[in-house]
Design a protein around this ligand. Sequence first.
Ligand code: AMP
Ligand code: GLY
Length: 431
Amino acid sequence: MNILVLGSGGREHALSWKLKQSPLCKNVYIAPGNAGTSTIGINVQLNVNDFDGIAAFALDHHIQMIVVGPEDPLVRGISDYFQNRADLMHIALIGPTKAGAKLEGSKDFSKQFMTRHGIPTARSKTFTKRTIEEGLNYVSSHPLPIVLKADGLAAGKGVIIAEDQETARQTLKEMLLDEKFGAASQQVVIEQFLSGIEVSVFVLTDGKHYKMLPSAKDYKRIGEGDTGLNTGGMGAVTPVPFADATFMEKVEKQIVEPTIEGLSNEKINYKGFLFIGLMNVEGNPFVIEYNVRMGDPETQVVMPAIESDLLPLLNACATGRLNEQDLVLAKGFHATVVMVSGGYPGSYEKGHVIEGLKNVEEGLVFHAGTDGDEQITTNGGRVLAITGQNTLLEKALSQAYESVAKIHWQGANFRKDIGQDLLKWMSQHQK
Ligand code: AMP
Ligand code: GLY
């Protein structure tokens, strides 16, 4: 099979790495890809939102499957575009239609969806410019902290957790009146703060059946001990010790099953990955958000943690026969450490030469913001994700960190405490 993967991050490197291992896979193309994906397949200079260009390329190169990495093309309707054109409908497109992608594209839609289907989530109310007075009053009577969310896609920046009411009122005004996040904040969801530990749950669905992929813990803040600014993700670990069998059973029964049933009952065509960001509140799961794609850097641990060939699973996803496939998971732990450019998530420099990649002997090196072939240079905020594997979490982490220590560029930064909270949790709970 010829496969086209859309995107350019560590997630897409990990997806193409996994797909290329399939005996059924002939060529993998990655658009636009990075220096790492060019070692797996062929990078194609196409923008992920250029549907006409993607279609022309797919026809020219006999592409049979397109795996969509990021949410943007899905929210803009790439799946509908391919379904609606007679010459493209034979191509299996892994990703939901525009209607399904609203689960990520509109927080108000996803909240209403969860309410309709009795899915546990934080209590919330949505306001617009027209109802701002009501919103300001709502804030005044709301317990602290208060969570304010821009309705639309805001590149991961649209969530503000206000510790006091003045900040919450000010933020609400900035979002609605000044359109702080552009059109994304024309509606604002005001939500109850949930206190607990977060876990990223991944599901593959054909719209009717589903498979639970490995769950992961993501480390979102730039600084050790979960301090400092939010980032795209600085590391990840799978499996997550506190998301045990009892908790995951609740996740399936209370969240995954009603979500898939809800989509099916509402005639929303959803074939692809579903990423459910959950809060574990004293052993009970609550949905923080839906994403209609895989997570980054979670994919860099989830893909290596899948033992089965991914390609037949994705094929079955496209044809509605996911129930006929088995999913076998690898044993042990996978941990990834993300190396970022100095200054990220603020401003940073690009174009620094990355040294030492050839000295890495163990672990998997997934590229994100990289460029070049012989000489590889930095080309983004998140640059590499180094994944280690072992039956013991300590050893999976030390494998990743030993490889990180061999790689250098000017200003390189990474978190030194990935997985430490989980080691501590295990020493307290698994005696
Ligand atoms: P989101 O973009 O919805 O993932 O939100 C970004 C981050 O804000 C999440 O990963 C959580 O850490 C935090 N967050 C969002 N909603 C809540 C909530 N209701 N309670 C506590 N934290 C939240
Ligand atoms: N790591 C979180 C995300 O991909 O949204």
